[in-house]
Design a protein around this ligand. Structure first.
Ligand code: IFM
Length: 466
């Protein structure tokens, strides 16, 4: 622990005067209250109803019941001592049909949440889209329908009008490569489509929607600090043959570059350009490439890619046997995180916020109610040390958010994978902070102490990069 702290202190540098510590969550994964107060269905509600899609037939109907227990959850955040909390707005809670009439009761929930966060000294960060597309829009083609750029811009305008006076940190999309590739290319996630053209349409329309939303947010929120949240991770070949090597290169073009490249540089990587072209109109790329204030990174591990017969000719494969793995089999390779941060720094030249990092662990509660999640603590130690190395080597990293505050609905894995710093007993909704929560709280406290002496500070409530 002491070494971790010293390492982070030593990473401080004048170019990086403020540091934000936080946690991230998403609406569908924690809120529950799925049919309450006028909320509409999302594609994940519909997907959960399809037999065999979600482990154990789990649903997001109740999840962590955060809709009712948000005050208790903010109390847990205060105990951690975090500076910022990143959550997503449920589009179908505030616009049940995705467009048209807004739902006052849904909007009022986020008012309560934001007000209590601010009163607790925790900066709210809003993400507009974390995968829960209104089902009504999916029935109109969802991300495959070009009109969605207008629907998304209108939704962004609603959020800006309602919360923009209080919330300045705004992200458009969380992990667009995951929800498009898994949802439209491979059919693993909602809405369960496996089709090459659907994937390319979805990619382009998400990018267009991003551009339209950034325009709206910039115009309507004074002092807005805007970004998008991407997962970037090295894609290594799973095997030693040429097929896997080619597959890894091709997969990386989609996974890492299909969104950041048009959004920052106004072009698609060569591997996609021709496929996307039929869905593009003149002026699209200029509209997509709006100036941004920061680069949001979600990173857990590198990918090991093998050749496959799917629409990308590539899929996730096993890592080599000597690569250490988490309890759920994800590779633990902190130096890939350091290299990714340095690569983003060099390519995109923006302040970087790590908006998700963490792990599921094999959490067991002992007879006294303690959860000694040593695997998670070791993972977080390794990854924050790698971040420190990247900062020391010049990466302009301004913040780090753990995924996640609470154990929650982990998409197709249902409740079988626990990512929280805080354990949730889903039968009783009882919250129990794990050893990792204490570790994170100590890390933040030490970092705050060292800030007076010029270490990484966590004093920022509104960053200077917006
Ligand atoms: O739970 C997810 C989150 O919704 C998006 N990023 C990865 C997390 C862990 O799988």
């Amino acid at each position: 622990m002491a070494e971790d702290i010293r390492a982070l202190e030593n990473a401080a540098q004048p170019a990086n005067p403020r540091f934000t510590w936080g946690v991230s969550t998403s609406s569908f994964q924690i809120e529950g209250a799925a049919r309450l107060d006028g909320r509409g269905d999302s594609i994940w509600d519909a997907f959960c109803r399809q037999e065999g899609r979600i482990k154990n037939g789990d649903t997001g109907d109740v999840a962590c019941d955060h809709y009712h227990r948000y005050s208790e959850d903010i109390g847990l955040m205060r105990d951690l001592g975090i500076d910022a909390y990143r959550f997503s707005i449920s589009w179908p809670r505030v616009l049940p049909a995705g467009r048209g009439t807004a739902n006052e009761a849904g909007l009022a929930f986020y008012d309560r949440l934001i007000d209590e966060l601010l009163a607790s000294g925790i900066e709210p960060w809003i993400c507009l889209y974390h995968w829960d597309l209104p089902q009504a829009l999916d029935e109109l083609g969802g991300w495959q329908n070009r009109d969605i750029a207008g629907w998304f811009a209108d939704y962004a305008a609603l959020v800006a009008r309602r919360y923009g006076g209080r919330v300045k940190r705004l992200a458009t999309f969380n992990e667009p490569s995951v929800f498009t590739i898994f949802g439209y290319g491979f059919g693993w996630n909602a809405p369960g489509i496996a089709d090459k053209a659907a994937l390319h349409k979805a990619i382009h329309h998400v990018n267009l929607s991003h551009g339209r939303a950034v325009e709206v947010l910039r115009q309507s929120v004074r002092d807005a600090s805007i970004g998008a949240i991407h997962n970037r991770q090295p894609c290594y070949p799973s095997g030693t043959g040429d097929e896997d090597r080619q597959a890894a290169l091709h997969f990386a073009d989609y996974w890492n570059d299909a969104f950041p490249y048009p959004q920052h540089f106004a072009f698609y990587p060569q591997a996609l350009a021709e496929e996307i072209e039929p869905f593009q109109k003149p002026g699209d790329l200029a509209l997509i490439a709006q100036p941004l204030d920061w680069f949001g990174l979600n990173h857990y591990s590198p990918h090991y890619i093998k050749a496959d017969g799917n629409c990308l000719g590539a899929t996730l494969g096993p890592p080599p046997a000597d690569v250490p793995r988490t309890a759920i089999g994800w590779p633990i390779v902190p130096h890939a995180f350091r290299d990714t941060l340095l690569d983003i720094n060099a390519r995109f030249r923006l302040p970087i916020y790590v908006l998700e990092n963490g792990t599921a662990d094999d959490d067991k509660m002992d007879g006294s109610g303690n959860i000694e999640d040593a695997g998670r603590v070791a993972y977080l130690q390794g990854y924050t040390a790698a971040m420190r190395e990247a900062i020391s080597a010049g990466a302009d990293v301004r913040g780090y958010f753990v995924w996640s505050l609470l154990d929650n609905f982990e998409w197709t894995a249902g409740y079988s994978q626990r990512f929280g710093l805080v354990h949730v007993d889903f039968a009783t909704q009882r919250r129990s902070p794990k050893a990792s929560a204490r570790w994170y709280a100590d890390l933040i406290k030490q970092s705050q102490k060292s800030s007076a002496a010029g270490g990484i500070t966590s004093a920022a409530r509104a960053g200077s990069d917006g």
